[in-house]
Design a protein around this ligand. Structure first.
Ligand SMILES: [Zn+2]
Ligand SMILES: [Zn+2]
Length: 635
C-alpha cells in the first residue's frame, strides 16, 4: 500500500497537496484522477511513500484517506518541470497546481490518457567539461536580422551536440513567422505549437515530439514548454519585451520567470532576445546577473528617413480646431500613391475619439456599467458610445450628466477619424484597416494584411494589433496619433511606446514620420534615431527615483466587491501587512461591473523576494484577494 501525494491541477482547490492511497506505486510526474468532495479532478503525483512507514500516523489522523480513482498517464512531466512549476508558484505566491494548469494546454490535462509517453531516460551526467554548458541566462539585444542569425547558428550548434531547442514566442503569429524564417532542411524535426493547433493535433504532437530520438526544434507559445524531452539544451525567449508572456489570470504566471527556473533546473542555456529588451533585463545584464550573448546593441539601424512633425503649428486663432493630417503626412500619402508603395499608418486608439468631455463643465463621459471613459464610434452612419472595458454600447445622443449641457466635445484622435480624414482627401486611395473593431479573427487579419501587400499605393491603417501582421517591409510609415498614450499613468508606458515606434521604424524602408502635439518628448528623438542607450539611461533613472523594477519587486493585491466591503477588507489587509508599508489606492477604472476595485501595492527590495515571512502572509490570504507579483501595470 502506498500513500500518494498529489498536486490538484484545478483552480479554487486552495490546498497545495492532497493525499490518497493506492495499491501500487505510481511514478512521480504521473497524472491521476482523484476525488475531491463530489467532483473528480486531475492530480499530479509529486511524492509517494510506503504506507507501512506511515501506519501509526494514519491511524491517528482525523480524516480518512480516500483511494485514487485511476491513472491517466505515467510520467507526463519531467521532475525538473514540476520543480520549476513549484519554484514559480513560490515566486507568484500561488499554488503549484494552479501554475501547472496555467502553463499546460487544457487538452493535455483533460485527455492525458490518450497520450503515449515513454518515460524519457534520466539525463546523462556530462562526462567532460565540454559536454556541460553554463545554464545562466543570456541576453541578446539586436535588430531582428542579427537576432535571427544568432538563433540559426545556435540551433545548428545545439543539433550538432545532439541537443534540442525550445523556441518560445508570445503570439501565434510570431511562431509562424519564426518558422518561416528559420532554415529549411530540419523540417522533419521542427514543430510549431500554439493555441491555433487543434486539440487532436496537440495530443498527437505531444506524443510524437516526446518520443523522437533525434534532437528537435520546438517553436511554440508558452504553454508547450512541458513536452517531456531529456535533451533540451537551449530555451530561447524571443520578443522578451512582449506583455504577451504575462498571464492575465491567476496566479498571473510570467512565462519568462518560469523559463528561467526551468532552464536552471534542466541545466539549459536560456536566451532572452528582443530589439528592445525590458529595462529591468538590460539593468540585470549591466549588473552581471545575466550574460551578454553578444554585446548589446544600443543603436537600432534603419534605412528610413525619419522626421517629427509638430501638429501644434496648425492651431491658430483662425483655425482653432486641431488638424488630423499634417501637410507632411498628406504629402507622404500622396507620394506613396504616385510611387506605388505600401504605407502603414499607426493610430494608438480605436474609434473616432478616445475621450468625450462636457464643453461646459469639463466632466468626462463615462460608461454606466463600469465607469471607464467611453469611446465614440460610428457604424452604419450612426454614432454611438462603446466601452472598451466592458463592451457596453449606448447612443451618443445625450446630455452631460452633471450640468445637462448638450455641448459634449471629443478629445484625441481615434483610428476612425483618421480614416475619414484620409478618405476625404484621397478618395481614390485604397485603405485597409486592422484593429479590434474592423477585424474579428486571426484569419481575417491575415487576409487583410495580404490584400494590403498586394495592392501597391494602398494604406494599411492599424492599432498595435496590426504590428503582428506586418511581416514584410513597407516603403513608408507614419504615426498619425500616439500622444494620448503618454497620459496613461503606468510605469511601463514609455517602454511600450518606444517599443512600438522602434518596431514600426524597423520594417519601414523609405520614410518614417511621426506627427505629434508634444514634439519635445525626448522619446521621439530616441525612437527616430534608434537611440536605445539614452532611452535606457533616462528610463532607469526614472525607475530608480520612483522605486520601480528592477530596484524593487512589485506585488499588487486586488480586492473587488461592494464599496463598503472593499474598504473594510482593505483596512484589514493593511493592518495584516503593516510591516511592508502597503500603498492602498483605487484602481484606474474604479468600478467594474458595478463593483468597486481597490489595489494595495507592496514593494520588496531587489533580490529580497521571495521572503518567507511575506510569502506565508500572502498565501494565507482569503482566495478573493488576488495576488499579482511583477504586475505588467499598476492601473
Ligand atoms: Zn457638463
Ligand atoms: Zn464599461
Amino acid at each position: 500500500m502506498f500513500i500518494i501525494h498529489v498536486v490538484p491541477i484545478a483552480r479554487g482547490i486552495g490546498k497545495e497537496t492532497l493525499s490518497y492511497f493506492s495499491a501500487t506505486e505510481i511514478a512521480l510526474g504521473s497524472l491521476v484522477n482523484v476525488p475531491v468532495r463530489t467532483r473528480q479532478i486531475t492530480g499530479l503525483v509529486i511524492k509517494t511513500e510506503k504506507a507501512d512507514d506511515l501506519k501509526a500516523e494514519l491511524k491517528n489522523s482525523t480524516f480518512s484517506v480516500k483511494k485514487i480513482s485511476g491513472l491517466k498517464v505515467l510520467s507526463l512531466f519531467l521532475p525538473e518541470f514540476i520543480a520549476a512549476a513549484q519554484d514559480t508558484a513560490r515566486y507568484a505566491a500561488g499554488s503549484s497546481g494552479s501554475v501547472l494548469a496555467s502553463i499546460t494546454p487544457k487538452v493535455i490535462l483533460e485527455q492525458a490518457d490518450k497520450l503515449k509517453i515513454n518515460l524519457p531516460p534520466v539525463a546523462k551526467k556530462p562526462e567532460t567539461d565540454e559536454d556541460s554548458q553554463p545554464h545562466e541566462p543570456y541576453v541578446l539585444q539586436a535588430d531582428e536580422e542579427e537576432r535571427l542569425a544568432h538563433y540559426k547558428s545556435l540551433i545548428r550548434e545545439q543539433f550538432a551536440r545532439k541537443k534540442s531547442v525550445l523556441f518560445c514566442l508570445p503570439t501565434i503569429q510570431d511562431t509562424k513567422r519564426i518558422f518561416e524564417t528559420l532554415p529549411k532542411g530540419i523540417d522533419e524535426y521542427t514543430f510549431v505549437l500554439n493555441s491555433a493547433v487543434s486539440k487532436k493535433e496537440v495530443l498527437e504532437l505531444w506524443t510524437k515530439i516526446s518520443s523522437i530520438p533525434h534532437p528537435v526544434l520546438i517553436i511554440a507559445t508558452g504553454s508547450f514548454l512541458g513536452i517531456p524531452r531529456r535533451d533540451i539544451g537551449t530555451i530561447i525567449i524571443e520578443r522578451e519585451n512582449s506583455s504577451g508572456y504575462k498571464s492575465q489570470n491567476r496566479p498571473y504566471v510570467d512565462i519568462r520567470t518560469f523559463a528561467e527556473f526551468f532552464a536552471k533546473r534542466i541545466g539549459a542555456k536560456l536566451i532572452l532576445g528582443d530589439l528592445l529588451l525590458r529595462t529591468e533585463t538590460v539593468w540585470r545584464s549591466k549588473n552581471m546577473e545575466i550574460t551578454e550573448l553578444a554585446p548589446l546593441k544600443f543603436r537600432s539601424l534603419s534605412t528610413a528617413e525619419t522626421s517629427i512633425v509638430d501638429l501644434k503649428k496648425y492651431k491658430t486663432l483662425d483655425t482653432p480646431e486641431f488638424r488630423i493630417l499634417s501637410d507632411e503626412l498628406q504629402e507622404l500619402i500622396s507620394s506613396n500613391k504616385t510611387n506605388n508603395g505600401n504605407m502603414f499608418i499607426f493610430a494608438a486608439r480605436r474609434g473616432l475619439s478616445p475621450i468625450t468631455v462636457c464643453g461646459d463643465c469639463g466632466t468626462t463621459v463615462l460608461c454606466n456599467n463600469c465607469s471607464a471613459p467611453i469611446i465614440l464610434h460610428r457604424a452604419a452612419g450612426e454614432q454611438f458610445f462603446l466601452c472598451h472595458r466592458c463592451g457596453e454600447r449606448r447612443s451618443a445622443e445625450e446630455r452631460c450628466r452633471v450640468c445637462n449641457s448638450w455641448k459634449l466635445t471629443t478629445l484625441g484622435i481615434g483610428i476612425e477619424l483618421i480614416q475619414d480624414a484620409i478618405q476625404g482627401l484621397f478618395p481614390d486611395i485604397k485603405i485597409f484597416r486592422i484593429d479590434k473593431d474592423s477585424v474579428k479573427t486571426h484569419k481575417q487579419a491575415l487576409s487583410v494584411a495580404d490584400q494590403f501587400y498586394n495592392a501597391p499605393g494602398s494604406i494599411l491603417l492599424g492599432t498595435e494589433m496590426a504590428l503582428t501582421y506586418l511581416e514584410k517591409p513597407v516603403e513608408n510609415s507614419a504615426i498619425a496619433s500616439i500622444d494620448s498614450l503618454f497620459s496613461i499613468p503606468d510605469f511601463r508606458i514609455n517602454e511600450k511606446i518606444m517599443n512600438t515606434l522602434l518596431r514600426i521604424r524597423s520594417f519601414t524602408q523609405k520614410t518614417f514620420l511621426i506627427q505629434t502635439r508634444s514634439k519635445d518628448q525626448k522619446l521621439f528623438q530616441y525612437a527616430i534615431k534608434g537611440n536605445l542607450m539614452d532611452f535606457y539611461r533616462e528610463e532607469i533613472e526614472e525607475r530608480k527615483r520612483l522605486s520601480y523594477p528592477p530596484f524593487t519587486t512589485l506585488i499588487k493585491l486586488t480586492i473587488k466587491g461592494t464599496r463598503a466591503k472593499v474598504a473594510e477588507e482593505m483596512t484589514k489587509l493593511e493592518e495584516e501587512l503593516i510591516e511592508y508599508n502597503p500603498l492602498v489606492f483605487p484602481a484606474f477604472i474604479e468600478t467594474v461591473n458595478k463593483k468597486s476595485v481597490m489595489h494595495a501595492l507592496i514593494r520588496v527590495q531587489h533580490k529580497q523576494w521571495v521572503s518567507e515571512n511575506l510569502l506565508d502572509k500572502l498565501q494565507s490570504l482569503p482566495p478573493h484577494i488576488a495576488v499579482n507579483v511583477d504586475p505588467e501595470s499598476l492601473l
